[in-house]
Design a protein around this ligand. Structure first.
Ligand SMILES: [Zn+2]
Length: 253
Protein backbone atom coordinates (compact mmCIF):
# COMPACT_ATOMS: atom_id res chain seq x y z
CA UNK A 1 0.00 0.00 0.00
CA UNK A 2 3.00 2.34 0.60
CA UNK A 3 3.37 5.21 3.03
CA UNK A 4 0.24 6.82 4.38
CA UNK A 5 0.55 10.39 3.27
CA UNK A 6 -2.86 11.04 1.76
CA UNK A 7 -5.19 13.44 3.48
CA UNK A 8 -7.90 10.89 4.15
CA UNK A 9 -5.69 8.14 5.52
CA UNK A 10 -4.83 8.48 9.18
CA UNK A 11 -5.50 6.81 12.50
CA UNK A 12 -7.06 3.40 12.74
CA UNK A 13 -9.78 4.09 10.19
CA UNK A 14 -13.20 2.47 10.05
CA UNK A 15 -13.25 -0.80 12.06
CA UNK A 16 -13.85 -3.91 10.01
CA UNK A 17 -16.70 -4.88 12.33
CA UNK A 18 -18.53 -1.75 11.19
CA UNK A 19 -18.12 -2.74 7.55
CA UNK A 20 -19.25 -6.30 8.14
CA UNK A 21 -22.37 -5.03 9.92
CA UNK A 22 -23.15 -2.40 7.29
CA UNK A 23 -26.34 -2.61 5.22
CA UNK A 24 -24.38 -1.25 2.25
CA UNK A 25 -22.20 -4.36 2.06
CA UNK A 26 -24.95 -6.78 3.04
CA UNK A 27 -27.28 -5.48 0.34
CA UNK A 28 -24.68 -4.87 -2.34
CA UNK A 29 -25.58 -6.72 -5.57
CA UNK A 30 -23.64 -9.97 -6.02
CA UNK A 31 -21.73 -10.68 -9.21
CA UNK A 32 -20.31 -14.02 -10.30
CA UNK A 33 -16.94 -14.47 -11.97
CA UNK A 34 -18.67 -14.69 -15.34
CA UNK A 35 -20.66 -11.56 -14.67
CA UNK A 36 -17.49 -9.68 -13.76
CA UNK A 37 -15.09 -11.06 -16.35
CA UNK A 38 -17.41 -12.08 -19.16
CA UNK A 39 -15.47 -13.74 -21.95
CA UNK A 40 -12.28 -11.78 -21.31
CA UNK A 41 -9.40 -14.18 -22.00
CA UNK A 42 -7.08 -12.13 -19.80
CA UNK A 43 -7.31 -10.10 -16.60
CA UNK A 44 -4.84 -7.21 -16.31
CA UNK A 45 -4.50 -6.26 -12.65
CA UNK A 46 -2.82 -2.90 -12.07
CA UNK A 47 -1.21 -2.52 -8.63
CA UNK A 48 0.31 0.80 -7.49
CA UNK A 49 2.38 -1.06 -4.86
CA UNK A 50 3.21 -4.75 -4.38
CA UNK A 51 0.32 -6.12 -2.26
CA UNK A 52 -2.52 -3.99 -3.69
CA UNK A 53 -3.28 -6.60 -6.36
CA UNK A 54 -3.71 -9.32 -3.75
CA UNK A 55 -5.52 -7.16 -1.17
CA UNK A 56 -8.09 -5.98 -3.70
CA UNK A 57 -8.31 -8.85 -6.19
CA UNK A 58 -6.54 -11.90 -4.75
CA UNK A 59 -9.71 -13.98 -4.76
CA UNK A 60 -10.68 -12.95 -8.29
CA UNK A 61 -7.14 -13.71 -9.52
CA UNK A 62 -7.24 -17.16 -7.91
CA UNK A 63 -10.60 -17.81 -9.57
CA UNK A 64 -9.24 -16.71 -12.95
CA UNK A 65 -6.34 -19.14 -12.57
CA UNK A 66 -8.76 -21.91 -11.60
CA UNK A 67 -10.73 -21.23 -14.79
CA UNK A 68 -7.67 -21.18 -17.02
CA UNK A 69 -7.82 -17.47 -17.81
CA UNK A 70 -4.59 -15.55 -18.26
CA UNK A 71 -3.64 -12.92 -15.70
CA UNK A 72 -1.10 -10.12 -16.06
CA UNK A 73 -0.11 -8.22 -12.90
CA UNK A 74 1.18 -4.72 -13.62
CA UNK A 75 3.46 -3.57 -10.79
CA UNK A 76 3.43 0.22 -11.15
CA UNK A 77 6.03 0.86 -8.40
CA UNK A 78 8.15 -1.35 -6.18
CA UNK A 79 6.79 0.35 -3.06
CA UNK A 80 10.34 1.22 -2.07
CA UNK A 81 9.50 4.31 -0.01
CA UNK A 82 7.21 2.58 2.47
CA UNK A 83 9.54 2.93 5.48
CA UNK A 84 11.60 6.13 5.13
CA UNK A 85 12.45 6.09 8.86
CA UNK A 86 14.15 2.68 8.78
CA UNK A 87 17.86 3.36 8.15
CA UNK A 88 18.62 -0.34 7.68
CA UNK A 89 16.08 -0.51 4.85
CA UNK A 90 16.92 2.10 2.23
CA UNK A 91 14.71 2.20 -0.88
CA UNK A 92 16.91 -0.05 -3.04
CA UNK A 93 16.89 -2.79 -0.40
CA UNK A 94 13.15 -2.50 0.15
CA UNK A 95 12.50 -2.58 -3.59
CA UNK A 96 14.38 -5.87 -3.90
CA UNK A 97 12.52 -7.39 -0.97
CA UNK A 98 9.12 -6.22 -2.15
CA UNK A 99 9.70 -7.54 -5.65
CA UNK A 100 10.53 -10.92 -4.12
CA UNK A 101 7.40 -10.81 -1.96
CA UNK A 102 5.30 -10.08 -5.04
CA UNK A 103 6.81 -13.03 -6.91
CA UNK A 104 6.02 -15.27 -3.93
CA UNK A 105 2.45 -13.99 -3.75
CA UNK A 106 1.61 -14.42 -7.44
CA UNK A 107 3.24 -17.85 -7.42
CA UNK A 108 1.04 -18.78 -4.47
CA UNK A 109 -2.00 -17.75 -6.54
CA UNK A 110 -0.88 -20.13 -9.29
CA UNK A 111 0.70 -17.65 -11.69
CA UNK A 112 4.20 -17.82 -13.15
CA UNK A 113 6.73 -15.12 -12.30
CA UNK A 114 6.44 -14.01 -15.94
CA UNK A 115 2.88 -12.87 -15.17
CA UNK A 116 4.38 -9.79 -13.49
CA UNK A 117 5.07 -6.73 -15.63
CA UNK A 118 7.07 -4.14 -13.66
CA UNK A 119 6.74 -0.52 -14.76
CA UNK A 120 9.20 0.70 -12.07
CA UNK A 121 7.80 4.17 -11.54
CA UNK A 122 9.06 5.74 -8.30
CA UNK A 123 6.93 4.94 -5.26
CA UNK A 124 5.03 8.13 -4.45
CA UNK A 125 5.60 9.54 -7.94
CA UNK A 126 2.76 7.99 -9.91
CA UNK A 127 0.81 11.22 -10.40
CA UNK A 128 3.87 12.93 -11.88
CA UNK A 129 4.41 10.04 -14.28
CA UNK A 130 0.79 9.82 -15.36
CA UNK A 131 1.29 10.33 -19.09
CA UNK A 132 4.16 7.82 -19.28
CA UNK A 133 2.15 5.32 -17.26
CA UNK A 134 -0.91 5.76 -19.45
CA UNK A 135 1.19 5.12 -22.53
CA UNK A 136 2.78 2.04 -20.97
CA UNK A 137 -0.69 0.69 -20.16
CA UNK A 138 -1.95 1.50 -23.62
CA UNK A 139 0.86 -0.63 -25.08
CA UNK A 140 -0.07 -3.54 -22.79
CA UNK A 141 -3.85 -3.53 -23.04
CA UNK A 142 -5.97 -5.42 -25.52
CA UNK A 143 -9.60 -4.56 -26.25
CA UNK A 144 -10.84 -7.93 -24.96
CA UNK A 145 -8.99 -7.74 -21.61
CA UNK A 146 -10.72 -7.05 -18.33
CA UNK A 147 -8.55 -4.43 -16.61
CA UNK A 148 -8.63 -3.91 -12.84
CA UNK A 149 -7.13 -0.95 -11.00
CA UNK A 150 -7.33 0.72 -7.61
CA UNK A 151 -10.28 3.05 -7.14
CA UNK A 152 -9.86 6.51 -8.70
CA UNK A 153 -11.03 8.05 -5.38
CA UNK A 154 -9.15 5.68 -3.07
CA UNK A 155 -7.50 8.50 -1.11
CA UNK A 156 -3.87 7.59 -1.87
CA UNK A 157 -2.23 9.62 -4.66
CA UNK A 158 -0.46 6.61 -6.20
CA UNK A 159 -3.72 4.65 -6.21
CA UNK A 160 -5.67 7.48 -7.78
CA UNK A 161 -2.89 8.27 -10.27
CA UNK A 162 -2.74 4.62 -11.36
CA UNK A 163 -6.50 4.65 -11.89
CA UNK A 164 -6.46 7.84 -13.92
CA UNK A 165 -3.68 6.48 -16.17
CA UNK A 166 -5.35 3.11 -16.65
CA UNK A 167 -8.76 4.64 -17.33
CA UNK A 168 -7.22 6.89 -19.96
CA UNK A 169 -5.39 3.99 -21.65
CA UNK A 170 -8.42 1.69 -21.46
CA UNK A 171 -10.70 4.31 -22.99
CA UNK A 172 -8.35 4.63 -25.95
CA UNK A 173 -8.09 0.84 -26.31
CA UNK A 174 -11.76 0.10 -25.71
CA UNK A 175 -10.91 -2.14 -22.73
CA UNK A 176 -13.44 -2.70 -19.94
CA UNK A 177 -12.32 -1.61 -16.43
CA UNK A 178 -13.33 -2.49 -12.89
CA UNK A 179 -11.90 -0.53 -9.95
CA UNK A 180 -11.10 -1.96 -6.51
CA UNK A 181 -10.95 0.03 -3.27
CA UNK A 182 -8.03 -0.53 -0.87
CA UNK A 183 -7.59 2.57 1.29
CA UNK A 184 -11.19 3.60 0.75
CA UNK A 185 -12.13 1.02 3.38
CA UNK A 186 -9.98 2.99 5.84
CA UNK A 187 -11.44 6.47 5.48
CA UNK A 188 -14.95 5.80 4.16
CA UNK A 189 -17.90 5.42 6.50
CA UNK A 190 -20.32 2.54 5.92
CA UNK A 191 -23.33 4.83 5.66
CA UNK A 192 -21.63 7.17 3.19
CA UNK A 193 -22.36 7.38 -0.52
CA UNK A 194 -18.74 7.64 -1.64
CA UNK A 195 -19.13 4.93 -4.28
CA UNK A 196 -21.80 6.93 -6.11
CA UNK A 197 -22.21 7.10 -9.05
CA UNK A 198 -20.19 3.89 -9.51
CA UNK A 199 -22.00 0.57 -9.57
CA UNK A 200 -20.56 -1.48 -6.70
CA UNK A 201 -20.58 -5.27 -7.07
CA UNK A 202 -19.78 -7.85 -4.43
CA UNK A 203 -17.83 -10.94 -5.46
CA UNK A 204 -18.25 -13.71 -2.87
CA UNK A 205 -15.23 -15.96 -2.26
CA UNK A 206 -15.58 -19.65 -1.59
CA UNK A 207 -13.35 -21.35 0.97
CA UNK A 208 -10.67 -22.26 -1.57
CA UNK A 209 -10.46 -18.70 -2.89
CA UNK A 210 -10.34 -17.26 0.62
CA UNK A 211 -7.55 -19.64 1.57
CA UNK A 212 -5.56 -18.82 -1.57
CA UNK A 213 -5.93 -15.10 -0.94
CA UNK A 214 -4.89 -15.43 2.72
CA UNK A 215 -1.83 -17.43 1.72
CA UNK A 216 -0.88 -14.78 -0.83
CA UNK A 217 -1.32 -11.92 1.66
CA UNK A 218 0.95 -13.79 4.09
CA UNK A 219 3.78 -13.41 1.54
CA UNK A 220 3.99 -9.67 2.28
CA UNK A 221 5.94 -9.90 5.54
CA UNK A 222 7.47 -6.46 5.09
CA UNK A 223 4.02 -4.89 5.08
CA UNK A 224 2.64 -7.01 7.91
CA UNK A 225 5.48 -6.11 10.32
CA UNK A 226 6.94 -9.61 10.19
CA UNK A 227 10.19 -11.05 8.88
CA UNK A 228 13.49 -9.20 8.55
CA UNK A 229 12.04 -5.68 8.27
CA UNK A 230 9.94 -5.93 11.45
CA UNK A 231 8.77 -2.32 11.07
CA UNK A 232 7.44 -0.94 14.38
CA UNK A 233 4.58 0.72 12.48
CA UNK A 234 3.82 -1.63 9.59
CA UNK A 235 1.68 -0.56 6.64
CA UNK A 236 -0.68 -3.49 7.24
CA UNK A 237 -1.24 -3.79 11.00
CA UNK A 238 -3.84 -6.31 12.10
CA UNK A 239 -6.75 -3.84 12.07
CA UNK A 240 -5.97 -2.97 8.43
CA UNK A 241 -5.12 -6.49 7.26
CA UNK A 242 -8.40 -7.86 8.59
CA UNK A 243 -10.31 -5.83 5.98
CA UNK A 244 -8.82 -8.13 3.37
CA UNK A 245 -9.77 -11.35 5.13
CA UNK A 246 -13.44 -10.78 4.25
CA UNK A 247 -15.21 -13.57 2.39
CA UNK A 248 -15.82 -11.22 -0.54
CA UNK A 249 -14.25 -8.53 -2.72
CA UNK A 250 -15.86 -5.37 -4.03
CA UNK A 251 -15.49 -4.03 -7.55
CA UNK A 252 -16.75 -0.78 -8.98
CA UNK A 253 -18.06 -0.79 -12.52
ZN1 LIG B 1 -0.88 0.75 -2.31
Amino acid sequence: MAALSARHIHGHGTPEAAWLASPMLRHMPRASFDQLAGDAPRLVVVAPHPDDEVLGCGGLIADAVRRGRDVLVVAVTDGEHCYPALAAWPPARLAELRRAELVAAVTTLGLPEAAIHAVAIADGGVRGAGAALANAMHALLRPDDLALVTWARDGHPDHEGSADALLDAAARRGTRVLQYPVWGWHWMQPESADFAPARALRFDLDDALRAAKAEAIACFDSQLGLGPVAAPEPILPAHVAERFARPFEVFLA
